[in-house]
Design a binder for this molecule. Structure first.
Ligand SMILES: Cc1ncc(COP(=O)(O)O)c(C=O)c1O
Length: 433
């Protein structure tokens, strides 16, 4: 067998881009090996440049709830292209998308569109600081909120809540304004608010953290967080870049009944096109420029093509309401994968919420709610299983700590192909006595 086209392209890409990629996890560092270069995608399937096809469970990291090249979104985008693809002026498309969101989600009274989840978070944090005239932000260890400086921090080694930069290029001063709390730890949360409550502009949380595995939080924890922010005059920001419109139209705020002051959204509201948004209470949002003193802007914000994709996506979500069916399908898949592990004798546990799932190659006594308790065996086994699955045409996220997604385009044949491939893969990685 000759050298693959993906290998050739990866070598070339490394010459012109750092690590050969434009977002680190795509480089397969977490699992080793060569990333597959994808030439096209349709429904639940990817086709790589070597002509191999895969059932996709990564799904562009979540936005493709109706699968690749959904017909309604495709038609909306095609129509938009013929109207011109960037005006840099007021236009009706962002208005329609904003109305779709604000008319269905009561806690989003006003919304502003940006180009990514990172931008949404960065802007929401600035707004929180501007509105409260406080500087500190509380985040949770194990949550990811994009790569704004103040979010690229981890729990420091000294005082548990003090943050340390988690990337070169983040100044100590920026890190010092971020507090980091452990997930699923009510006493630690109480203590942080007791000590710093009057300085905290906002607490930001992924209500179901989905970037370090799927860390299922107890309702009680989220409700207490909401109560503490209220008590101390801090704002509550739900980062729903993954969960918004995915676990319910109103995301985790709808499912928990918690009303955040601000919400951030991302890729889903662009139907997979580059869009982000932040929104929430009108009195807060009206502090944004041009009305208020908090500055934020973007040449391509509210891009008419991306807005048209988002309108088609959200209209279809409202019309079809695919949530219950997707959830049932994901629950069945989760059970089947676990059963497959038991049959072969290699433990597999699936943590799931809505149509998001995380396959752990390990046995769990209780649900994982914090990333620091993930059994070490999972990382090593996952990398091996990942490659075995890939050889058999199953494309999972190339990291043991990234979650997977189902779409309406995943049919029974795709799911049974996954089960069969997993059975064989686990058999191949099973240690021989
Ligand atoms: C919860 C959450 N917030 C923010 C982001 C950043 O979004 P983006 O990658 O669009 O900048 C992500 C990315 O996956 C995310 O999962």
């Amino acid at each position: 067998m000759g050298i693959s086209k993906s290998t050739v392209l990866f070598e070339k890409a490394k010459q012109v881009s750092p690590g050969g990629v434009h977002s680190p996890v795509r480089a397969f560092r977490g699992v080793g090996g060569t990333p597959r270069f994808i030439a096209s995608a349709k429904g639940a399937e990817l086709l790589d440049v070597d002509g191999n096809s895969y059932v996709d469970f990564c799904m562009s990291w979540g936005p493709l709830i109706f699968g690749h090249q959904d017909q309604d979104i495709l038609e909306a985008v095609q129509a938009a292209l013929f109207r011109g693809w960037s005006y840099g002026a007021a236009e009706p498309y962002s208005l329609e998308l904003a109305e779709l969101i604000t008319s269905s989600i009561p806690w989003v009274e006003k919304v502003r569109f940006v180009n990514s989840g990172t931008e949404a978070v960065m802007s929401a944090l600035r707004l929180a600081r501007g509105a409260t005239r406080r500087n500190k932000i509380l985040k949770f260890d194990g949550c990811y909120h994009g790569h704004a400086d103040s979010m690229l921090v981890r729990a420091g080694s000294g005082l548990a809540e003090m943050a340390a930069p988690d990337s070169a290029g983040i100044s100590d001063a920026v890190a010092a304004d971020t507090l980091v709390a452990p997930l699923d730890d009510l006493p630690a949360l109480e203590l942080i608010f007791e000590k710093y409550g009057s300085e905290i502009a906002a607490a930001i949380v992924e209500p179901i953290p989905a970037n370090n595995g799927l860390l299922l939080q107890r309702d009680e924890f989220l409700h207490r967080l909401a109560a503490l922010t209220k008590k101390h005059g801090s704002l509550l920001i739900f980062d729903e870049v993954i969960t918004g419109f995915r676990v319910a139209f109103g995301g985790m705020a709808e499912r928990t009944g918690i009303r955040p002051d601000l919400v951030t959204y991302g890729k889903i509201i662009g139907g997979g096109f580059p869009v982000g948004a932040f929104g929430g209470r009108a009195d807060l949002m009206d502090q944004m420029a041009p009305l208020g003193p908090v500055y934020q802007a973007g040449t391509l914000s509210g891009n008419p093509v991306a807005m048209s994709a988002g309108i088609a996506m959200l209209k279809k979500l409202k019309r079809d309401c695919p949530y219950a069916a997707l959830e049932a399908k994901t629950e069945k898949l989760a059970q089947d994968l676990q059963k497959t592990g038991a049959q072969v004798g290699v433990p597999v546990t699936v943590q799931r919420y809505g149509s998001i799932f995380w396959m752990l190659c390990a046995e769990l006594k209780e649900p994982v709610r914090r990333h620091d308790v993930v059994p070490a065996i999972h990382r090593e086994t996952y990398a091996r299983v990942f490659h075995k699955l890939l050889e058999k045409g199953i494309y999972m996220a190339p990291s043991a700590f990234e979650v997977s997604f189902l779409s309406t385009a995943h049919h029974d044949t795709h799911l049974s192909a996954f089960r069969e491939a997993l059975k064989e893969s686990l058999g191949e990685v099973k240690p021989t006595k």
